[in-house]
Design a protein around this ligand. Structure first.
Ligand SMILES: [Zn+2]
Ligand SMILES: [Zn+2]
Length: 330
């Protein structure tokens, strides 16, 4: 396995902290990764992302609004976004911040695929590459190229390395030893998981609308459309921008607890919308730690979930940051 992170650094003193408050004062730019030249659009990604954003915009039309669609959308932000991406793809599969039974790991991976954020192996490989080269030219999504590049540009532009066998061999050999993840790569299975989950949600929405309207088929259609917009499109777009903001905002704006060798920051807004991922400077300092909030007020719901799993024996080998180890010893 490739070394994916820097060594943990020391907590900055209060004086040092004061000098690194918002913004971090990033003044230098870096070029986009060599492997993205010449710039070419990955049309399959671009088209799907444009379509899901257009579908989400229908939320501004009141005809599509139902309370049930909104509530399922908010619940989905936690079920798919937090359990799937934050806990599953990131803290478990990428960094192995804890271990858990195979059924739980795969459930989290399946929930992750329902967010239109690529297969588990491709996501993990890109993220490990990011940790290895953070804010240097080979970093696939540094916002030091430009904010737009770090946020979404890198997703829709072709990167010649990311789909090569060499890249997968180098970064996710461990994951691809499991046939479950290998199959998902071979048949673009992850995308069908996304489509299937959307179809199931829309179907449930139609059934729910039919029931609450006392059997009016027009209402069944309206509820189906509402759930498609709110529970699938709006929620997917919200989770996408939450994840992308970790790559963009949390490498540009915020404060730093640690002097890492990159521009990562702790950003409360990003932490709020991504269930704790916004404490990104903490994360770059101690990438394997399952807890990203290192100070008592750094909200990290994903860590509370992992901690509760540990208490009931579902999560084991939970990696803690140094500051928590010290607290535990005291
Ligand atoms: Zn980062
Ligand atoms: Zn990470």
């Amino acid at each position: 396995m490739t070394k994916t992170h820097d060594e943990p650094d020391q907590l900055a003193t209060d004086d040092e902290l004061a000098s690194t408050q918002t913004p971090t004062g990033v003044s230098h730019k870096i070029p986009a990764p060599e492997a993205t030249r010449p710039l070419k659009i990955q049309w399959q990604y671009a088209i799907v992302l444009v379509l899901v954003h257009l579908a989400a915009l229908l939320a501004f039309d009141g005809w599509f609004f139902t309370w049930s669609g909104l509530i399922v959308g908010i619940a989905g932000h936690f079920v798919f976004g937090m359990f799937g991406i934050t806990i599953g793809y990131h803290r478990l599969l990428t960094h192995r911040g804890f271990t858990c039974p195979v059924w739980l790991e795969r459930t989290l991976a399946i929930l992750g695929m329902c967010n239109l954020q690529d297969s588990p192996a491709r996501w993990v490989a890109i993220h490990r590459m990011h940790h290895q080269h953070s804010d240097k030219q080979p970093d696939p999504h540094s916002p030091l190229v430009s904010f737009l590049w770090g946020h979404v540009g890198w997703v829709v532009c072709r990167h010649q390395e990311l789909d090569t066998t060499r890249h997968y061999e180098r970064y996710v050999r461990d994951l691809l030893r499991d046939r479950f993840y290998l199959q998902l790569e071979r048949r673009q299975g992850w995308f069908f998981v996304f489509v299937a989950h959307a179809a199931v949600l829309i179907g449930i929405g139609a059934g729910f609308g039919y029931l609450v309207s006392g059997g009016v088929s027009g209402e069944a259609w309206r509820y189906a459309a509402s759930w498609a917009v709110w529970a699938v499109a709006v929620r997917t777009v919200f989770v996408l921008h939450g994840t992308w903001s970790v790559n963009s905002l949390a490498h540009l704006f915020g404060y730093r607890n640690y002097e890492t060798r990159d521009e990562s920051t702790n950003n409360w807004l990003v932490a709020l919308i991504s269930h704790g991922e916004g404490w990104h400077n903490n994360h770059h300092a101690e990438p394997r730690s399952a807890a990203h909030g290192h100070r008592w007020w750094e909200y990290d719901m994903s860590w509370w979930i992992i901690r509760s799993w540990e208490m009931v024996g579902l999560a084991k080998d939970v990696v803690r940051p140094k500051c928590m180890q010290t607290q535990d010893e005291n």
